[in-house]
Design a binder for this molecule. Structure first.
Ligand code: ADP
Ligand code: MG
Length: 677
């Protein structure tokens, strides 16, 4: 569609093989890629102030006439200082340029220039050093500033992009149907590309940006819809409506309304004839496992097997206990398949699963996915504590005849975001906690109170409880690792010398991690010092206190996840957030946690305070990388783009109509670009 633009970047006049190599480092291979390399920021020369009003030490823009150039001063070898005097009528200004002789020579006396930089000096003589300078009659008063790599300069990018826009810009094909452009008042793509790089004026820039953000969100949604359409075309095992009242009745508690609704959503999905693709999103402790068990029970009633996959052996064992507790009394057999079984037992168990003797198999991903055969696999459940990508979701279903899929996620994500991230999944939200859940008392304190907090923890340990201390390890590097290890050693020797202290971090071999976690679970350890690896949903009901060091280094949602590790039993639990970074902002953030216990509300706050980075930064969701859209601020556009995409999909699900060829290509391109940084 964008033929000319698909040409390699060397096709652009002024770009040779050497520069093409540099562009490649920025992921720019074709002329179109270059146009999609949007500016990171802009220098706006259009808003000028009088020199006499220029505030000190702040970047500002002035317009002044160059009165005279002074003789260059050769300070030493390699340092020549060029100076000139300018005036705008309000005051004089001395321009200082270091070494850039070429630039200095291009300036003419008696011409007007616009300068952008910091104005310093004293009251007698104001000075501006190495500012950005453009002639006052320049047509582009708003100049783009790009993300660069060594060897490329702003000017090179500006020039090359200019060339592309001038030579082939008008041949840019319009991928959006006219009707959508009209309905959402969107400008044409060529106008948008031109004005995102070289805005004619602030208004044109806004219009251009709106169009490009819209395109990106639309494309993302269309891509998600394509994934879903592929699913709908597949045939899945059609189950028949069955009563699950027996399941409800056998539970030791009454399910919440939203748990029941989620189970019923699953049952309906599994009766439709195409594979279910559903996400259960629920706050920590909302009872996702009981929902999973309900769906598994329904599948079993229909004569189908269920596989439940957990990220670690411990979690698998924990799910096995819960599921067999719920289901075995109803005659539904549950197997636990783990690496720690003897080869003989493992083989026997696999054979039994293959023969269909077990209705439910619980295990780690590796084990269940790779080498296990099922007699009649109907449902695959993944307990993914938010580490899951679109691509992985797709490959998951390679077992059995397109089994139904249920994903459990514990990351509460604001609805607007969830719609985008999980656009290819149906969503059931557990937004109500089971009755009688105790609030986790949360306190924020400074390091001065650390010893007192330790005393408080020791008191709880004396009562027979257990505790966590979480240390942030932002990067899993050796330095951070060393400090966590030393921290644990220090506690062992000082404040907790009479207690059994364990250490858990991400760099440990998986088997060691499992064994430490198991010892903590079995109460062979009283205190667990851990990095955030403990975040993953392990249930230790006896753990009643958590202390989090440097709490300000975490996002609110993550802190909320972490504290969800306590308060899982009958004991009153609390979470102590320690921070020495007592800024207004950090205090405000941590206060939210002491007041609010609803994970969804917290994630909304997080989104407002920190932007979507926490959700997208690590790209755990496998969402394609966005160039210009910003999920937190573009809510209105997000809705419009979703509606537009869905209306296109409803008419042309696979985007095969000729008028959608451009969109199809954009969607493929976005998803092909993948999730790498
Ligand atoms: P999560 O959603 O964090 O995975 P779990 O499924 O582990 O939560 O459930 C947490 C605890 O709550 C478990 O001990 C579970 O048995 C219990 N539970 C689940 N649903 C209910 C309910 N409706 N009423 C009371 N307790 C419940
Ligand atoms: Mg769980």
């Amino acid at each position: 569609m964008l033929d000319v633009l698909e040409k390699p970047i060397t096709y652009v006049k002024g770009v040779g093989p050497k520069r093409a190599e540099l562009y490649k480092k920025l992921g720019i291979v074709t002329a179109f890629d270059l146009l999609c390399h949007y500016p990171r920021s802009y220098v706006d020369y259009s808003v000028q102030i009088p020199i006499k009003d220029a505030p000190r030490d702040e970047v500002c823009v002035v317009r002044a006439k160059l009165v005279r150039k002074l003789a260059p001063a050769f300070v030493r070898k390699g340092l020549t200082v060029f100076k000139a005097v300018l005036t705008d009528g309000s005051d004089d200004l001395t321009l200082i340029i270091y070494n850039a002789e070429y630039q200095f020579r291009s300036l003419c006396e008696n011409r007007e220039y616009i300068l952008c930089g910091k104005i310093n000096g004293n009251l007698v003589r104001r000075e501006i050093s190495s500012p950005l300078i453009i002639p006052a009659d320049s047509p582009d008063l708003i100049q783009p500033s790009y993300h660069l790599t060594e060897g490329l300069s702003q000017n090179m990018l500006r020039q090359n992009i200019h060339t592309v826009l001038d030579s082939i810009g008008s041949q840019i094909y319009e991928p959006l149907p006219r009707e959508i452009m009209n309905r959402y008042s969107l400008c044409a793509l060529d106008f948008a590309l031109e004005n995102i790089h070289f805005p004619r004026d602030p208004h044109s820039f806004e219009i251009a940006k709106r169009r490009l953000v819209f395109d990106e969100l639309l494309t993302l949604r269309l891509g998600m819809n394509l994934l879903r359409v592929r699913e709908l075309k597949a045939t899945g095992c059609r189950m028949a409506q069955q009563s699950i009242r027996d399941y409800y009745a056998s539970l030791p508690f009454e399910l919440t309304g939203c748990q029941k609704r989620a189970i019923e959503d699953c049952c309906t999905d599994m009766c439709r004839g195409y594979p279910m693709n559903r996400l259960i999103q629920g706050d920590v402790g909302s009872g996702k496992t009981a929902v999973a068990a309900g769906a598994a029970y329904f599948a079993a009633q229909n004569g189908y097997q269920t596989a439940l996959m957990a990220p670690t052996e411990i979690l698998a064992a924990q799910h096995f206990e819960t599921l067999s507790g719920f289901l075995e009394p109803l005659g539904v057999k549950v197997a636990l398949l783990t690496g720690s079984l003897t080869p003989k037992k493992k083989a026997a168990l696999k054979e039994a699963i293959k023969q269909g003797e077990y209705a439910v198999t619980v295990g780690t991903h590796a084990l269940v996915q790779q080498s296990t055969e099922f007699a009649r696999l109907g449902l695959v459940i993944t307990d993914e504590q938010h580490r899951f990508g679109v691509g992985q979701r797709e490959t998951l279903a390679s077992k059995g005849e397109n089994p139904h899929k249920l994903v459990m996620s514990a990351t509460p994500i604001p609805r607007t975001l969830a719609m985008m991230i999980y656009g290819d999944l149906d969503l059931s939200v557990l937004d109500e906690l089971p009755k009688g859940r105790q609030k986790i008392e949360t306190y924020a304190v400074t390091g001065k109170l650390r010893e007192r907090a330790f005393g408080f923890i020791r008191d709880r340990l004396s009562e027979g409880r257990q505790a966590y201390i979480v240390c942030p390890m932002i990067e899993e590097n050796d330095l951070e690792l060393q400090s966590v290890t030393e921290y644990a050693d220090r506690l062992r020797k000082t404040s907790f010398k009479d207690w059994r202290v364990g250490l858990l971090h991400g760099k440990m071999p998986a088997a060691d991690k499992e064994s430490v976690m198991k010892r903590f679970k079995d109460h062979e350890l009283d205190l667990l010092v851990s990095t955030t690896v403990v975040e993953v949903g392990v249930d230790v009901p006896n753990a009643a206190v958590m202390l989090i060091e440097n709490a300000d280094r975490f996002g609110l949602s993550q802190l909320h996840q972490l504290r969800g590790r306590v308060g899982r039993g009958q004991y009153k639990s609390c979470c102590i957030l320690v921070t020495d970074n007592v800024t207004e902002d950090s205090v405000k953030r941590l206060k939210i946690l002491s007041k609010v216990s609803d994970g969804f509300k917290i994630s909304e706050e997080d989104l407002k305070l920190r932007g979507p980075g926490d959700f997208f930064g690590s790209r755990q969701h496998g969402l394609p990388k966005l160039r210009i859209a910003d999920m937190s601020s573009d809510t209105e556009l997000l809705r419009s783009a979703q509606a537009a995409a869905d209306s296109i999909t409803s008419k042309d699900p696979a985007l095969t109509a000729p008028e959608h060829a451009g969109l199809r290509e954009l969607a493929d391109r976005l998803f092909a670009r993948g999730t790498e940084a």
